[in-house]
Design a protein around this ligand. Sequence first.
Ligand code: FAD
Length: 501
Amino acid sequence: MAPKVAIIGAGFGGLCMAIRLEMAGITSYTVFEKAGNVGGTWRDNSYPGAGCDIPSHLYSYSFEKYASWTRRYPGQPEILGYLEHCADKYDVRRKIRFDTEVVRAAFDGGGWQVTCKPTTTGTSTAGGAGGEVTEEFDVVIAGVGQLNRPHYPDIPGLADFAGTTFHSARWNHAHDLTGRRVAVIGNGSSAAQFIPSVAERAAHLDVYQRTPNWVIPKPDAAFGPLTRLAFHFVPGLQRAYREWIYRYAEGTLYPALAQGWSTGLLRTRALNHLKAQVDDPELRAKLTPGYPPGCKRVVIDSRFYPALTRPNVDVVTDRIVRVTATGVETDQGHREADTIIYGTGFRSTEFLSPIELTGRDGQTLSDQWKQGAEAYLGISVPNFPNLFLLYGPNTNLGHNSIVFMLECQVEHVMNCLPYLWQRGPMEVSARAMAAWSRQLDAAMGRMVWGDGCQSWYKTAEGRVTNNWPGPTPLYRRLTALPPLPAYRFVGADHAKGALSS
Ligand code: FAD
């Protein structure tokens, strides 16, 4: 017997959890995925130029080496292909309910009542209102990501626009941009990736920039046939390369974010990159940030600046007043557009929203997180027994692979399962949570994210709810610790016995 586990989401996180359960011989799980395929981020972000900015030998599971990567920083189709390969190889698709969205979950004293509904017509509508079905699980594991729900800017008149408009994470591939007059609102990592290809096609492109980003070159390169053969056949080569990338990111990029020895180096590298790629002093001035590097996510891209120097591209820093039927009105006048593309990121600080989660004694997560999301290790929340979060609050990184963090979280959940199965529902104690928050606050004080910029790492009130402020080896050590005594057991009468498949 083993606990009945509900996993929400089939991105890197949810898939990792499902695979790890399979490896342990636990098959009593169901993955709920609101879309029609696995992949999460890498299914949704299919815009031209989409790709990772952590090399894929590291931005992949440690247990699933892949000799098929064609380049250091592969594009979205390859990363999606990798995740599909993992889902097939570990045979987890059979456990995924696609096109099924979890809308709410409530703890009933012993387990979780999970309510889901179909997201497409044609899917079974057995059940209550709107096809809703409620099922009981012992454990809920949320792998819904931090960057899953597109954010649209709060600009008056968005609905008045008469042309075509879409978000980068919902790219309209049917809309040919050739010869168009395009406005891109936003200039972060996604925009930097798709702007070069839009600029090549459009008759004219206006890039609306609120704040410039620090940009460093992307040392991308295709792997030649010999290198790929070597990755395939030389024992230990992939692992050694992965380890090297990891140590480099940890040893040089992390100190820059912690305002340590490499801060100046990062600034110099970015300024040199700008100087090398942009000759026009006026444009260069527009693109020079006035806040410390790393405060917002550093853009890693070598094609972005050259695109901005094209004669058909304008970087517009005038304040946007509103969107009109025919374009964008700024405080300096009206600019025509027939297409608006939003590169405005995601609703990153809302975490599990819009899922309604109700824990012990009727406590709702939205109420508990009114001041901003927080979770012990980014995984467990007081009052919410047997609920575990993957890529939860304060587990995002500005310098290393999220997949590394996800694997740490999955191992922590695996360490908790025998306890909750033997001794009943467990939740993190208020004391452990308070100690965790204090440590987090102290560590946050030395990081660069706090002052000087607005970013998706923090709430409107300025609290950093998304990023992990320490080195990642420390996170691995903390998540690998035995879960007791940070957890307490509630409702011991629900203990089921020894964990077995
Ligand atoms: P996601 O990939 O977001 O998957 C969440 C899944 O949950 C989705 O499939 C979604 O449909 C599903 N879901 C959500 N709500 C529900 C619900 N209620 N019911 C059912 N299913 C639901 N990170 C890096 O480390 N390196 C990079 O280079 C990098 N590049 C990125 C580039 C882009 C453009 C973006 C957007 C993000 C990037 N990231 C990168 C961050 C990336 O999101 C994570 O690395 C990782 O993909 C997160 O995986 P996840 O499974 O936690 O979340």
